[in-house]
Design a protein. Structure first.
Length: 210
């Protein structure tokens, strides 16, 4: 009887340790999924912004029809938002950390700090820009066009989020090289868009965002 009584706490401790190991393995898988979705979202957002500028400026009009570019831009935007929502939701499935829906989608609430808030604000700005497409007539072209520029701010916030959350980006190593490279491509295209028409950017046409 005494042997059985002494074995009870040992079995309980063993079970607790096994449960902790299972939870840790589960959370490791969740974090891998969330991280992959985060990098995918960033890459898709970079492509969305680039295709948006190609659609607006007409730089690629000799190679690709504008309707095709616009369709690709919209498809990439939808994929970006879908992946971004998956990225945020993934963290709520952790078993050893408290990460609620409030933390994922409301900046600075639910225990989330600035690092999380940067990503949340990037996603929410992206959603606002996407929804504004259907409200273009209601807003008027000029107001909608100004609102659409929030996409650049969303990308900047996503870049800042990637920088503070990823050691690879901070060290400019591994996938961090791709992150910085995508930012460079977006930045270069944005700079060329702002420059006056010269030989370097003379192929562009007047902006015709839809």
């Amino acid at each position: 009887m005494s042997a059985l009584l002494s074995a009870g706490p040992l079995m309980t401790a063993t079970t607790a340790a096994a449960d902790a190991d299972t939870a840790a393995a589960h959370d490791a898988g969740v974090l891998d999924l969330a991280t992959s979705a985060g990098y995918l979202t960033y890459g898709l957002m970079a492509l969305t912004v680039c295709f948006g500028m190609l659609t607006t400026t007409g730089w690629a009009r000799h190679a690709v029809k504008r309707q095709t570019l616009y369709g690709a831009h919209m498809m990439l935007a939808i994929m970006t938002l879908t992946s971004g929502v998956l990225h945020g939701l993934s963290f709520t499935f952790q078993q050893t950390e408290t990460f609620t829906y409030l933390t994922a989608f409301v900046p600075f609430l639910g225990g989330g700090g600035m690092d999380v808030a940067l990503g949340t604000m990037a996603l929410e700005l992206g959603i606002v820009v996407a929804v504004s497409v259907w409200a273009q007539r209601l807003l008027g072209y000029r107001r909608w066009h100004m609102l659409h520029y929030a996409a650049y701010a969303a990308f900047g916030l996503a870049l800042a989020h990637a920088f503070v959350m990823s050691q690879d980006v901070q060290a400019f190593a591994g996938i961090g090289v791709l992150v910085v490279g995508a930012a460079g491509a977006v930045g270069l295209m944005f700079l060329l868009r702002l420059l006056p028409a010269t030989r370097a950017v003379g192929t562009r046409i007047a902006p015709q965002e839809v």
